[in-house]
Design a protein around this ligand. Structure first.
Ligand code: GLU
Length: 463
């Protein structure tokens, strides 16, 4: 039986799972622990609130294409290993499929489907002319030599080369992939396509090194976008950036850039945790030195023992760090907590323990639905992933525009345009929140769905 818009809004407000009849209609499993089910349920609750057309709901509830490939790679010792790769193309109503490639041991189909879905919503929310896609390879890049990683990247590209393209589906970096991996992909695709010149095949991926068509400002773009959104939204919560206390989980590209840009603005990053442990300094960690250290050592482990001063003169240069336990990390009092690692790390238990006023989701899908419910009950604001981390794909769009029009932008232009797009998306989310009196995640979903609904209304469905 169909639920009323009010029932659904109440369920959304409580973070509850509401089984929309669409789950039965298109045969989706009603498993509340399944990440794809959770993503679709969130979308359907927002769709019900704005009375989105049924045809849009069923189209969005499933990806257009799910591509799975197996490919052999010669390892350094001469034996061959078979790898499994994915590319899920969720939706292209607004433009070519767009989204990262993840190299990680936990990559699996439902995860990639959810992340592809999130890309459709993210691009619609910031209103760049792309759809959503995501892909990846089941592997642990840390355990591969540089030449094995290159062969995995090139063989994977060869396996999906007929399914990607600068006008059709444009991959980018994600967890475990780097600008170098993008360069190998572009080079392989280019060699296979046999084209060059104005129809530049290198535009097949974004997040490339600047030397081969990457954009200035792309490396820090996701972290920069997180900070742009915080600067736009924190005044509404009466939190001044200057001297605010921040904790971060994950200190890779996104976390370390967000930390450095926040420190430049006078914030104090007082606790950081990664897969090896956690560090704390109540005066503020020297995040520039920590970023240099992790770039050299692969993790934050041992940073507290290093000697010497910081790498940049900030008010935190030369500060030390204490090793803390995981429980101490989660209960450290801060103004803003930034999850910047993998999905589902902020679970129900941690949501009860956490001591912050705002969660800024720099990672994709870091908060489980049960944790969302706890955070809402505790009055903790969540700035959702599809808004908070959209800076990366936005600068990817700028890179693609530069590649396609044979121009280069200076970093000031990139930063200015990024800030404009992020602030507009933040305002769109706040407006939807006020209009429908709902939480921020539902509001961001609503703002994205309104755009997608509009696009389908104009395009129609043919034949
Ligand atoms: N992987 C990033 C994301 O999840 C960037 C995607 C892109 O630039 O296409 O948003």
């Amino acid at each position: 039986m169909s639920s009323t818009a009010t029932d659904v809004k109440n369920a959304a407000a409580q973070g509850g799972t509401d089984w929309d009849p669409i789950f039965d209609e298109i045969g989706l499993p009603k498993d509340p622990t399944n990440i794809y089910t959770q993503t679709v349920a969130t979308m359907l609750r927002a769709a019900e609130i704005i009375n989105l057309k049924h045809r849009c709901r069923i189209i969005l509830a499933q990806p257009k294409n799910e591509i799975m490939v197996h490919f052999p790679v010669r390892m350094d010792d001469g034996h061959h290993r078979l790898f499994k790769g994915y590319r899920v193309q969720h939706n292209n109503a607004c433009g070519p499929y767009k989204g990262g490639l993840r190299f990680h041991k936990d990559v699996h189909l439902d995860d990639v489907k959810s992340l592809a879905f999130l890309m459709t919503m993210k691009c619609a929310l910031v209103q760049i002319p792309f759809g959503g896609g995501k892909g990846g390879v089941n592997c642990t890049p840390r355990d591969l030599s540089a030449s094995e990683l290159e062969r995995v990247s090139r063989r994977f590209t060869a396996a999906i080369a007929n399914d990607i393209g600068p006008d059709y589906d444009i991959p980018a970096p994600d967890v475990g992939t780097t600008p170098q991996v993008m360069a190998w992909i572009a080079d392989t695709y280019s060699a296979l396509s046999g084209r060059s010149g104005p129809d530049d095949p290198f535009a097949v991926v974004t997040g490339k090194p600047v030397a081969v068509g990457g954009s200035l400002g792309r490396e820090k773009a996701t972290g920069q976008g997180v900070v742009d959104v915080l600067r736009e939204m924190l005044p509404d919560f009466d939190i001044p950036i200057e001297d605010m206390r921040v904790s971060l989980i994950g200190f890779g590209n996104v976390g370390s850039w967000a930390a450095r840009i926040l420190a430049d603005l006078g914030a104090n990053v007082i606790a950081v945790m990664d897969h090896t442990g956690a560090l704390r300094n109540d005066e503020g960690l020297d995040v520039y030195a920590l970023a240099d250290y992790t770039a050299q050592n692969g993790s934050i482990a041992g940073f507290e023992k290093r000697t010497g001063t910081g790498s940049k003169t900030t008010k935190h240069s030369g500060n030390g760090a204490d090793v803390i336990t995981e429980d101490e990390f989660w209960s450290t009092p801060v103004d803003v907590f930034i999850p910047a690692a993998l999905e589902g790390m902020l679970n129900e238990e941690r949501a009860k323990q956490i001591h912050c006023r705002v969660v800024a989701e720099a990672a994709n899908a870091p908060t489980t639905p049960d944790a969302d419910k706890v955070l809402q009950q505790r009055g903790i604001e969540v700035i959702p992933d599809m808004l908070c981390n959209a800076g990366g794909v936005t600068v990817s769009y700028f890179e693609w525009v530069q590649n396609r029009s044979n121009v280069t932008w200076d970093v000031e232009q990139v930063d200015r345009e990024l800030n404009r797009i992020m602030c507009m998306a933040a305002r769109r989310t706040i407006l939807a929140r006020q209009k429908y009196d709902t939480d921020m995640r539902t509001a961001a979903n609503i703002a994205a769905l309104e755009h997608l609904g509009d696009v389908y209304q104009h395009r129609g469905i043919w034949p």
